[in-house]
Write a protein that binds this ligand. Structure first.
Ligand SMILES: [Zn+2]
Length: 469
């Protein structure tokens, strides 16, 4: 059997690994590369031009850097099953449509400029129609229910505790070529114990022969979650005391719901004043509906919260507003009194957050609170790294607003969390591939696995590298 690492290899985005076994070609994730527009576009387009050569796809979770290239694969001839949890399937229906919509807008804008310069137009990666076709290929399965993908290939999804519907992928393979039974585990993104709303990750105790493991925060430690709620409280209060507004760029799925829930608890406790809170992201609004559809994945804390507060909606309360129309969104720019605005995209590369940044980044009373990992070359990364001026929609703006960075809301395990997850395996894997981390982080974490857990045969594969197992 053979594994080829077609994405998230020495980088974080574009998760895509191809497993070839018993004459079948099985793709693990099919994510979008994110980063500098042109580079990302080329990488995404190169993707899988021969979709018909792929027999099945197993999706770890719905985040776009894991799922966002699925419609492209389908457009290029892929007709097999896409196996994921039911919650991931539902989230993909909304998120992939949004991704198609954003690309249409983006390509339209870029092509206008290319036309002016006499360049050939960029082709769309995929359209909403391609998304509709792709959705028909999904097969939603539940956690811990083994599912035969092909004879001799059984997939089991277990809770990864990273976002709604996220899974670790266990593949039990009957490798006919070498006449052996072998278990492969693809970690997907590994969540954190103790973060609210979703359950804790389940470490696969039985262990495996081959492990493909993420390393996003493989050299960092997060503060414990309860401290993050206190930090959020401090930041809200300090901003409001200055008469400013708090801007929180956040991924529409997962992070937004976590922040909304944390704010809701702070309001109930009287820990922050009752300022208006806006969730200005149509995608966040739609995905919040999906969260409400899947109470089966809630953890005990949020279930208790709902019952103890008279069946309250954890994601909605009196001064919480979900904006819908562009007009409502633009009206927020005129808002004169302090407010909290949660908006996407999380890396500030597009979406409504850009309008809010434009009107608020130049005022020292305001705060920009960054809560997620920022890809190199994104506007978010520049702001986190302390840029004093930034370009938004082609214009230069001075960064006068206070910038706060918190990793405590991260849905990713930190170094110790990753080690605890891998260390729970009774049997050490014979081969481990460290993926989904920036190059130096992945290399450092690979060395940590060898040193601290005694793993042997740990490798950080390069992009498109193939390994015979
Ligand atoms: Zn993820």
């Amino acid at each position: 059997m053979k594994i080829t690492f077609h994405g998230a290899a020495r980088t974080v985005t574009g998760s895509q690994h191809l497993l070839e076994v018993n004459g079948k070609r099985i793709l693990l994730d099919c994510g979008l590369f994110q980063g500098k527009r042109k580079e990302a576009f080329e990488l995404n387009r190169q993707g899988f031009s021969a979709g018909e050569t792929i027999d099945a796809l197993v999706l770890s979770h719905a985040h776009i850097d894991h799922s966002g290239n699925i419609p492209c694969l389908v457009k290029n001839g892929f007709r097999g099953d896409i196996v994921s949890t039911s919650a991931s399937r539902d989230l993909c229906a909304v998120m992939l449509m949004d991704s198609a919509y954003l690309q249409e807008k983006d390509v339209e804008y870029v092509n206008r400029r290319r036309a002016r310069n006499g360049q050939k137009p960029f082709e769309l990666l995929y359209t909403k129609d391609d998304v509709a076709v792709a959705m028909n290929q999904f097969t939603g399965i539940s956690y811990n229910r083994p599912h035969q993908l092909f004879p001799g290939v059984v997939v089991t999804l277990i809770d990864a505790g990273h976002m709604l519907g996220s899974a670790h992928v266990l593949l039990d393979l009957d490798d006919r070529e070498k006449n052996r039974k072998i278990r492969l585990i693809f970690s997907g993104d590994i969540g954190r114990p103790g973060i609210p709303i979703i359950r804790d990750p389940v470490a696969p105790v039985e262990g495996c022969e081959v492990l493909i493991m993420e390393s996003t925060y493989g050299n960092r430690l997060h503060p414990p979650y309860p401290e993050s709620e206190k930090e959020l409280q401090r930041i809200v209060n300090e901003t409001i005391e200055r008469g400013g507004s708090l801007l929180i760029p956040a991924f529409a799925v997962g992070r937004t719901q976590q922040i909304v829930y944390a704010l809701h608890k702070l309001v109930i406790d009287g820990a922050i004043p009752e300022v208006p809170i806006y969730v200005d992201s149509p995608l966040a609004t739609r995905t919040t509906e999906i969260f409400r559809l899947h109470p089966e994945v809630y953890d005990a804390e949020i279930r208790a919260f709902i019952y103890n507060n008279g069946h309250a909606n954890p994601f909605g309360f009196d001064n919480m507003h979900y904006t819908q129309s562009v007009e409502e969104s633009k009206a927020l720019n005129e808002l004169k009194r302090p407010a909290v605005i949660v908006s996407a995209s999380g890396m500030m590369e597009g979406g409504r957050i850009l309008h809010h940044l434009k009107s608020r980044i130049g005022d020292a009373r305001n705060t920009i609170l960054v809560t997620g990992w920022q890809a190199p070359n994104t506007l978010g990364r520049k702001i986190v790294e302390g840029a004093t001026e930034v370009k938004i929609f082609g214009e230069i703006y001075q960064v006068e607003a206070r910038v706060e960075v918190m990793t405590g809301f991260s849905g990713h395990a930190d170094r110790d969390g990753l080690l605890a997850w891998a260390g729970a395996m009774r049997k050490k894997p014979a081969r481990t591939f460290v993926v989904h981390g920036e190059e130096e982080v992945a290399l450092e974490f690979a060395a940590t696995l060898e040193r601290q857990l005694g793993f042997a045969g740990v490798r950080v594969p390069a992009l498109h590298e193939s390994v015979e197992i």
